[in-house]
Design a protein around this ligand. Structure first.
Ligand code: MTE
Ligand code: MO
Length: 172
């Protein structure tokens, strides 16, 4: 068999194996029975149509809580708890936005269309290992996509959506 043909076959084998491996190991997002926070300190600004809303962990955690056990590529490995971003987007009337802009404390920013948010299980995490997340440890709020854990650990491009220290969400 020629070398280029063997290379091609090798590549094809790898391409079929990768989704198999990740589907076996993908982290799950499941309902959490954690008790919602009562901390009223504002942690997140939501802007929509010139309105501005300041939300606390208590406000955010008033939505159904979910958890996922995963390894974040920045280091932390354990239980992330928070709310589903699709549920949050619906709750705050952001479903009709053309796009949602997420802004971090370090000015890093990402854009997600509402349909992208609905297509995947994004977790807006408010806790790590049951505790609030300090600002210097990716907190107080960060986005993780448990089903993409293996892909991002492997350096996949969707890791750019794992924005940490989110301070603002804007409907644009
Ligand atoms: N708040 C914040 N989140 C962020 C980033 C950042 O600079 N700030 N970098 C993003 C990008 S581009 C990638 S690839 C991953 C990993 O970033 P790092 O390689 O700078 O650690 O985190 C994403 N989330
Ligand atoms: Mo990046």
């Amino acid at each position: 068999m020629s070398i280029p043909l063997m290379r091609l076959l090798q590549t094809l084998c790898l391409l079929t194996a990768i989704p198999l491996i990740s589907s076996v190991q993908a982290a799950q997002m499941v309902r959490s029975d954690a008790r919602p926070s009562t901390d009223d300190t504002p942690v997140l600004t939501v802007r929509k149509d010139g309105e501005r809303l300041e939300l606390s962990r208590a406000d955010i955690e008033a939505l159904p809580l979910f958890r996922a056990d995963l390894k974040h590529y920045e280091g932390p490995e354990g239980r992330f708890t928070g709310v589903r971003l699709d549920r949050f987007v619906t709750e705050y009337g952001l479903d009709d936005a053309r796009r949602l802009r997420f802004i971090a404390a370090d000015d890093y920013t990402i854009f997600l269309r509402p349909e992208q948010v609905r297509a995947k299980g994004y977790l807006l995490a408010t806790r790590f290992e049951g505790e609030p997340i300090p600002r210097n440890e990716l907190g107080p709020l960060l986005l993780v996509v448990p089903e993409d854990e293996q892909a991002v650990l492997g350096g996949g491009p969707s890791r750019t959506n794992w924005i940490w220290s989110v301070v603002e969400i804007r409907a644009q």
